[in-house]
Design a protein around this ligand. Sequence first.
Ligand SMILES: Cc1cc2nc3c(=O)[nH]c(=O)nc-3n(C[C@H](O)[C@H](O)[C@H](O)COP(=O)(O)OP(=O)(O)OC[C@H]3O[C@@H](n4cnc5c(N)ncnc54)[C@H](O)[C@@H]3O)c2cc1C
Length: 461
Amino acid sequence: MDKNARICIIGGGPAGLSAGMYLEKKGYDNYTILERNDRVGGKCWSPTYNGRRYEMGAIMGVPSYYAVHDVEEFCGITHDGPKLNRNYKNAAGKVIEPFEPKKNPLKIPRLLKMKKQLKVFGELLETKYKGYDINGHRGVAEGRYDGFAVTPGREPVSGTNPNLKDLCLPFSEFCKKNGVELVQDIWIGPYTSFGYGYFDEIPAAYVLKYLDFQTTMNFVKVNLWTWKEGTQWIWEQLNDHLKNPARLNQTIEKVERRDGKVFVTVNGQVEEYDKIIVTAPLHIPGKRADGQKGMDEYFDVRDDEKELFSKIDYERYDVLAVETRPEDHPEISYYVFDNMVKERLGHLMVYYRRWKDSVDQVITTYSLRKHKNMREVPYEDCKKMVLDDLKTMRNPASNVVNEWSVYYFPHVFSEDYAAGWYDKVEAMQDKYDTFYAGEVMSFGDMDETAEYSRELVERFF
Ligand SMILES: Cc1cc2nc3c(=O)[nH]c(=O)nc-3n(C[C@H](O)[C@H](O)[C@H](O)COP(=O)(O)OP(=O)(O)OC[C@H]3O[C@@H](n4cnc5c(N)ncnc54)[C@H](O)[C@@H]3O)c2cc1C
């Protein structure tokens, strides 16, 4: 592609900003990032409270976040945040140690079985499911892998492995098929409580591309990265280091693609580009109170785009930031496994204390209120349940200072995944001078989205 190509990037979150960085690294300087919000970072949102930044969105990373590490290097920054730790409570608010055999004599057989299955699972992923962990979903439904290794050098890898088709199954079925059902007890912590849905509805491919074996073990060992000024700061830093920082408060009214050009009507003016990269939502079923729209609502959307993007659903993941009285402040973050099942939809799954050294900070709470086959819990009902749960946990909130219902983890379900949704969308890359990136193309975390932008630039520019 011509190095002077005029490239429009929609969205100033991790995917859009890192697309800018990787384009720049490859010698493409003529890019423009359009952000609808008055800040960059997207779902990395770190507001300030009592002089410190807390997390309403992304919180942590792991040492295999190679794309985030690229950003850190580009900006000369590092992960310098508070060390995370957590304990567990049951739904009645009692502190428990679910993985400690001495504390759970009756559960010893199950724990031993789980340990065995974990070993088997690790081996299966390395052998039977070789190629399962590379970024993006190209080829999976056809039993292929095609991409870049999850290593600092990201060597290109591709091959055929018919077993990979199993990744189209919901994760619970995938585990059952392989006789390793109990590993779900470990995977559920950093999966469902992090808002990515339930194992009986979400294809194994999403679960395992995010929580590959290595990443899961980092969570188990609490080998995690955080940032003192919050995850938003990573992207603010990147924005400050880009040749063309994002333009904020941009309202895109219309995008038309004709004669090999892309015409973007933004804040009342028409701008002309050669290519466009969309990192904003491709489709949002229903209406959202925050006014966010899918690209299929403001683009001259074509039949194939419309048909494919209509399959996308997303999680209703809610975050509250609450104050407590100092004596009610939790001593640490807590996971509530009992509430990570669909029967407890809308309940408090995890609450997070970020700063160990002070009790005058907010704690943040996390809940999911949608399952594919269940009635959605209304936002206000869910909020009430979470506040009641905090009382049950004996950490009652005295005040809610911030709240957010997030457009979270866009994905497709098993049927569409198995029918080759990803290969169809990948085949449309550049067809209408348009590239599709961001969460739905890989997975809803900072690194997978930034890594997908890296690969997109590598493949097409
Ligand atoms: C509560 C919570 C906890 C999380 N925890 C973690 C974690 O611990 N670790 C981790 O790695 N990830 C975590 N994530 C996920 C991570 O934040 C996201 O996966 C990541 O931010 C996705 O990047 P993105 O650029 O694809 O999308 P986004 O971050 O959503 O950015 C998209 C950007 O596009 C903009 N936009 C949307 N529509 C338009 C439009 N029409 N015109 C212009 N701009 C538009 C948006 O305003 C936004 O800035 C968490 C997210 C949340 C909400």
